[in-house]
Design a protein around this ligand. Structure first.
Ligand code: NAD
Ligand code: UDP
Length: 317
């Protein structure tokens, strides 16, 4: 049994990770400041004697005895990370510094949740880990993109200088139950709009592509990377199935049998035109590949939001 710290543990991915780590027989400390996380995401874990919840902001130091750290704390959707860009930068830089300091002190292994956004608007397709990216350092996405890029730099500096045992995962668009309905991400937006009969908001022409990974597949990959020997990463984790935003909208409308119409809206500045992971390293080194394809994952996600819409919890989104 290991004692595992999950920062951002009350968020979308973090809550699934906490659940899986408990199922695997670990003790889990979930740390969160509840900026985009929710108590209800982890309510079913609270009575587990191996689960502990700490309300804390990663920009402040903390002393804990742990064996492994998954550093996920950071808002992930453009709407939330652009709400307070300075705070997003602080969370990525000071949060990572604090977690690396902790890892160094207690000799814990630390996994940083990085992102496909480090590739910016990529000129290499699909994206391989050795591509340095094409990110705008002063645009509206920079607080997140450059914050994550610097978090990666910090991880490798602590590894090279202080021998900290690191893992870096570059996560591509991930979806599933417990996404926030109001955080503006495309999958939750489209599903809630379709279920509520509202217009589906396509940004731009909808020809931009994304590759959508179901959350259970991602969590499996993260755990494999954390427990693999001698592999620092960075490792891409994502589903190489690539879809245009328009294709996603049409699939969601079909699965929900919705009468919603498409509405075309301006494309946000610096919105990447295409994104698809090359997952050769994850396949070879971790024996990992996604198992849940888009329609199957969307059906599970639709079921989650349907229940919330019925309860009135997702009506306003
Ligand atoms: P999320 O917003 O649901 O979860 C982030 C969690 O971090 C929330 O619970 C939030 O309250 C918490 N948090 C934010 N700032 C904090 C702070 N200063 N101190 C403590 N807690 C803080 O997002 P998610 O989709 O679950 O993403 C989790 C991680 O994975 C993030 O680091 C994100 O950058 C990364 N990621 C996610 C995706 C994706 O598609 N979901 C893609 C790439 C990378
Ligand atoms: N998008 C859209 N309509 C929406 C929300 C998003 O067309 O209601 C587009 C957005 O412009 C982007 C893609 O969907 O091209 C994915 O957006 P998301 O915010 O989910 O993720 P990211 O841009 O960070 O990959």
């Amino acid at each position: 049994m290991k004692r595992v710290l999950v920062t951002g543990g009350a968020g979308f991915i973090g809550s699934h990770l906490c659940e899986r780590l408990l199922d695997d027989g670990n003790e889990v400390i979930c740390l969160d400041n509840f900026f985009t996380g929710r108590r209800e995401n982890i309510a079913h874990l609270i009575d587990n004697r191996c689960f502990e919840l700490v309300r804390h902001d990663v920009t402040e130091p903390i002393l804990l005895e742990v064996d492994q750290i998954y550093n996920l704390a950071c808002p992930a959707s453009p709407v939330h990370y652009q709400y307070n860009p300075v705070k997003t930068i602080k969370t990525n830089i000071m949060g990572s510094l604090n977690m690396l300091g902790l890892a160094k002190r207690v000799r814990a292994r630390i996994l940083q949740a990085s992102t496909s956004e480090v590739y910016g608007d990529p000129k290499v397709h699909p994206q391989t880990e050795d591509y340095w990216g094409n990110a705008n350092p002063i645009g509206p996405r920079a607080c997140y993109d450059e914050g994550k890029r610097c978090a990666e730099t910090l991880m490798f500096a602590y590894h090279n200088q202080n021998d900290v045992d690191i893992r870096v995962v570059r996560i591509f668009n991930t979806y599933g139950p417990r996404m926030l309905e109001n955080d503006g991400r495309v999958v939750s937006n489209f599903i809630v709009q379709a279920l509520c009969g509202r217009d589906i908001t396509i940004y731009g022409k909808g020809s931009q592509t994304r590759s959508f990974c179901y959350v259970d597949d991602l969590v499996e990959g993260m755990i494999r990377l954390m427990n693999a020997d001698g592999l620092t990463g960075p490792v891409n984790l994502g589903n190489p199935g690539e879809f245009t935003v328009l294709e996603l909208a049409e699939t969601v409308i079909r699965l929900t049998k919705s009468r919603s119409k498409l509405s075309y809206n301006p494309l946000p500045q610096d919105d990447p035109t295409q994104r698809c992971p090359d997952i050769s390293i994850a396949k070879k080194a971790l024996g990992w590949a996604p198992t849940i394809q888009l329609e199957e994952g969307l059906k599970k996600t639709v079921a989650y939001f349907e229940a919330r819409v019925k309860r009135g919890a997702a009506a306003a989104g």
